[in-house]
Design a protein. Structure first.
Length: 369
């Protein structure tokens, strides 16, 4: 019998009657260049900055700016910054994201949950589409999408969901999907941040000021209804309460500004400079929006921010590392994941296999009749 392929759908594994339900988690982060070279950074920036969720200005105008100016000059400068934080294992963002996914799978398995966990990047290698393809080929029937971003933003979280929907638009038999939108105020996440900071202070003492820095976005996004600004401030307020800080002991700032448009304020580096000039001797900076250390934390804060503060008259600067593979954070991530997996079959063991076999037998008997 001749088979014909119609429409945009890719070739898929044949549907299997009585297939046992299989659950998976896809842990997603932003992405990183493959190497700290100008060519790879240019490739990464082209994909990242071409996303209309990331840059919301008229398309034709932005494409002219991106290809005519930014991609000609920025990649070499950014490549040097990436090289300054690169590790023997590769990009810190990828290293930590991969470790978090492996730890999440191990934690779930230890508690009797048969759940496959993979990590994916919104931009660059290990794409969301490729990981969803792999999960589908493995017989996965349900997928929970977990962003590495605690605070929701259309520029990050929604863009990640766009990539999932784009993949689903090319698939015939779509697995059941769930999405974690945010966990900016989850008590377990806040507690993990608190434990990490208190551990740092136990070793190094307390600063005069704690600066809580989040990645910036254009101020226009707030006016258009993006909840990111409010969620960042709620995270900071809850974290300050967890640490027992009053309003004079911490500041909330936003980093990583791009272009000349007005972004969420106050800006991180000018705040650090102002603190140094005001006679503040020691500042600690923590970046709760990044669950993995990356260019924005290690280079922008740990190097550039430190230099700016010390040049302005400050004496001691500490960057408190991201949560990375902190056991308290991994436990929080796992419990958050289980909360969103509720109602899906995840239990490992013979009972699950027996149930699948009985379902297959019943279907086969029905087909014969």
């Amino acid at each position: 019998m001749t088979s014909f392929k119609f429409g945009p759908f890719a070739k898929e594994p044949p549907f299997q009657h009585g297939q046992a339900p299989r659950t998976a988690v896809l842990f997603c982060n932003l992405g990183t260049p493959d190497t700290p070279t100008t060519a790879d950074v240019r490739r990464f920036l082209r994909e990242f900055l071409s996303d209309p969720r990331v840059v919301e200005i008229p398309r034709l105008l932005w494409m002219a700016i991106l290809h005519g100016i930014i991609l000609r000059f920025r990649p070499a400068k950014s490549a040097a910054k990436y090289a300054s934080i690169w590790t023997p294992e590769g990009s810190p963002l990828k290293v930590w994201t991969e470790k978090q996914a492996k730890l999440l799978q191990g934690w779930l398995a230890q508690r009797g949950h048969d759940v496959q966990v993979r990590y994916a990047m919104r931009y660059g290698s290990t794409s969301i589409a490729s990981q969803l393809d792999a999960l589908k080929a493995a017989g996965t029937t349900r997928v929970l999408i977990v962003p590495a971003y605690p605070q929701y933003s259309a520029t990050t979280t929604a863009s990640l969901f766009d990539a999932v929907y784009a993949w689903a638009g090319k698939v015939r038999a779509i697995p059941e999907l769930r999405f974690v939108n945010h966990y900016h105020d989850d008590p377990r996440y806040i507690a993990a941040l608190g434990v990490s900071i208190q551990r740092h202070w136990k070793t190094h003492g307390r600063p005069e000021q704690l600066v809580i820095s989040f990645h910036g976005v254009p101020e226009r996004t707030l006016q258009l209804g993006d909840p990111y600004h409010c969620e960042c401030f709620k995270t900071a307020r809850l974290l300050a309460e967890e640490l027992g800080l009053n309003d004079r002991q911490f500041k909330v700032t936003f980093q990583s500004r791009l272009g000349r448009a007005k972004w969420l304020q106050p800006y991180t580096e000018p705040t650090l400079i102002a603190l140094g000039k005001a006679g503040v001797k020691r500042v600690d900076v923590v970046c709760p929006g990044f669950t993995s250390d990356c260019l924005e934390t290690l280079e922008e804060i740990g190097m550039e921010g430190k230099s700016a503060f010390l040049k302005a008259g400050g004496k001691v600067f500490h960057y408190i590392p991201a949560l990375n593979n902190d056991p308290v954070w991994i436990t929080a991530l796992c419990e958050l994941t289980l909360q969103h997996l509720a109602g899906w079959p995840t239990q490992a063991g013979p009972d699950a296999h027996a149930l699948a076999a009985s379902r297959a037998a019943a279907l086969a008997l029905g087909a014969k009749q």
